[in-house]
Every structure is written in structure tokens, then in C-alpha cells.
Design a protein around this ligand. Structure first.
Ligand code: ATP
Ligand code: MG
Length: 298
């Protein structure tokens, strides 16, 4: 990881203080939020060198575990770009946290809201929208194999000056020769209540990871997620296109069932995290370290 200019680091340290204050108070007042994913909150960072989108990563227990993450992060960007999937310029910056921990952010340029793919698709004619989705399909097919995974959902792409770029780069889905996750799984699990981490690690995570390496599963997820984005009219034509890329076509019915169960899983997860936050703050009297999204329409 290259060092960030001191002015950027300073501004980030100031932003992180505000994040800490928001976490201590239990609300995101005073923070400018650009967007929420299922896991992360993306904030505005103002610096003398311009404004950036800043995504806070789960706290790292020490400098070594951050360094290990940074290595996999860099490797992932390299693989994507080598397979012609352009990534949004992304840089990791880490700060010293409490008692030897590292707090890290991924910084990106702020992308105008109307370049985010869900917005582009909503504004486009059906033909245009399908042309954009064809490019997502091509990029996805070019990237995925047993070593490299991808989360191809529409919300992870932007269209800048006619060029498709991938933005959700903080979960590097890479596996080694023996198909072991290169990333320390605790980074994935950090945002879950500790009570459910062991069973999730053992029974749920392997299945989730496997899905990101399976072309059909990733494309099914992309198509079904269009319902969440309120782009219903694109689901059926996208499934027709996906049918040309997979051995066993996905029916509308399967996509619908998948979407319902996926939505149920994520809302369960959000409820667990909110319950955990309540427990940590009011019973354990500790600061809960994640900014959670409000309720998500599904
Ligand atoms: N650079 C950016 N500029 C503007 N908006 C952004 C930027 N990065 C992210 N966003 C907004 O925040 C949302 C969530 O970002 P992202 O997809 O990276 O997080 P996530 O889905 O929670 O990721 P993960 O699952 O890896 O934690 C995006 O869909 C987008 O709306
Ligand atoms: Mg995302």
C-alpha cells in the first residue's frame, strides 16, 4: 500500500473521529452518507486534495492483519484489470486505532449519482439498458473462475463516459491453488454478532463464497437483484440472455424464489446486527463499531 499524502491522512483521521462520535452516539448525524450496501456505509471525505468516497472497513486487530488484507486487495484489483474489468481508482489508507488496532478506509473518487448503474438502467430505454447489461454479463464471464469471484449486482458498477467500471472492490474474492480463501475470513465475519460467527463461518460462508465463483449463481443473483432496484421490467429479458451463457437456464420462477429467500437472509442479518448493536451499547456499554443502514426496501 502506498502512503497517502499527509493532508489526506489528516482529513481522514478527522473524519474517523466523527465516525467514532457517531458510533458512540448511535446515529450517523454529522456524516455525509453517499450510499449503503448490505455491509458497508460509504461516506464523503473532504480533503485539501478534493473530495473522496470513503468506505470504512471492519477494524483490523493489528498492523500485520491489515497488511495481509492489503496484499489480497491489491492482487484482486490486478486480476480484475488483467481480465479487462476496469476498476474505479481505489486506494487503502489506514490509521492507528485503539491499542494497536488499525482502522482502514478504501478511498475512491466520488462518482456522480447518475453514473451508478442502477440509475443508468432506470433512465435508459429497454434496449439501451440491455446493452449495458450485456457488458456486465461479458465482464462477469471474463472474470469468474474457481480462483476469482465477483459480486456482479448492478449496484457494484458505474458507467463513466461510456465505460463500465467495477466499484465494490473491498471484498477481494480470491482463492489459492487449494481453493482456500486468501482473505482472512474474520474480515467477512467481523460485522456479525460474535455468537453467530462460528456457525456462519462453518456452515454458511463456504456456500456463499462458492456462489461467487459459480457463473450461473452470480448471474442469477444479478438478475434477481433487479427487483430490489425496482427494475422489474429488465428481469425477464436478462434471464433470456443469461440462458445463452449457462448450461441450465434460470426460469423466472427460480429467480423469484431465489430473490425471496435472499431478501429474507439479508433482512435477518440486518435484524441480528441491530440486536447486537443494542446489546453492545445498552448492556455491555461498548461502542458498536459499524454504521448500519436504516431499513432497506426489498
Ligand atoms: N465511489 C463512490 N462514489 C459514489 N457512491 C458510491 C461510491 N462507492 C460506493 N457508493 C455507493 O455506496 C453503495 C455501497 O457501496 P459498495 O457496493 O462498495 O458497498 P457494499 O455493497 O456494502 O460492499 P461490501 O458488501 O463489499 O461491504 C454503492 O452501491 C453506491 O451507491
Ligand atoms: Mg455493493
Amino acid at each position: 500500500v502506498t502512503a497517502a499524502p499527509p493532508a489526506v491522512e489528516e482529513a481522514l483521521a478527522a473524519l474517523d473521529k466523527r465516525v467514532e462520535a457517531a458510533l458512540a452516539a448511535g446515529d450517523s448525524n454529522g456524516l455525509q452518507v453517499l450510499g449503503y450496501g448490505e455491509i458497508s456505509t460509504v461516506l464523503v471525505l473532504e480533503t485539501p486534495e478534493g473530495r473522496f468516497a470513503a468506505k470504512r472497513l471492519p477494524p483490523f486487530r493489528d498492523a500485520a492483519s491489515f497488511a495481509a488484507y492489503a496484499q489480497v486487495f491489491d492482487a484482486y484489483l490486478e486480476v480484475l484489470n488483467a481480465r479487462s474489468v476496469a476498476t474505479v481508482a481505489s486506494r487503502l489508507v489506514s490509521l492507528e486505532g485503539r491499542s494497536g488496532t488499525r482502522v482502514a478506509y478504501c478511498l475512491q473518487p466520488i462518482l456522480p449519482a447518475d453514473t451508478l448503474l442502477p440509475r443508468v438502467l432506470a433512465a435508459a430505454s429497454p434496449d439501451e439498458a440491455l446493452r449495458h447489461l450485456d457488458r456486465v454479463l461479458a465482464a462477469t464471464v471474463a472474470v469468474i473462475d474457481e480462483h476469482t469471484g465477483l459480486d456482479a449486482q448492478a449496484s457494484n458498477w458505474v458507467l463513466v463516459d461510456g465505460e463500465l467500471r467495477y466499484l465494490d472492490v473491498t471484498t477481494p474474492l480470491l482463492r489459492d491453488e487449494r481453493l482456500r480463501l486468501r482473505l482472512d475470513a474474520s474480515v467477512f465475519l467481523a460485522s456479525l454478532p460474535w455468537l453467530v460467527r462460528p456457525p456462519v463461518r462453518r456452515f454458511v460462508l463456504p456456500g456463499i463464497i462458492e456462489r461467487y465463483h459459480d457463473r450461473r449463481a452470480v448471474l442469477l443473483d444479478l438478475a434477481a437483484n433487479l427487483w430490489k432496484e425496482r427494475l422489474d421490467r429488465l428481469v425477464a429479458p436478462l434471464l433470456e440472455r443469461i440462458a445463452r451463457l449457462v448450461e441450465r437456464p434460470v426460469t423466472l420462477d427460480e429467480a423469484e424464489r431465489y430473490y425471496r429467500s435472499d431478501a429474507a437472509t439479508w433482512s435477518l442479518l440486518q435484524r441480528l446486527r441491530r440486536a447486537d448493536r443494542f446489546w453492545q451499547r445498552h448492556v455491555r456499554r461498548r461502542v458498536y463499531p459499524f454504521l448500519l443502514p436504516g431499513s432497506i426496501e426489498r
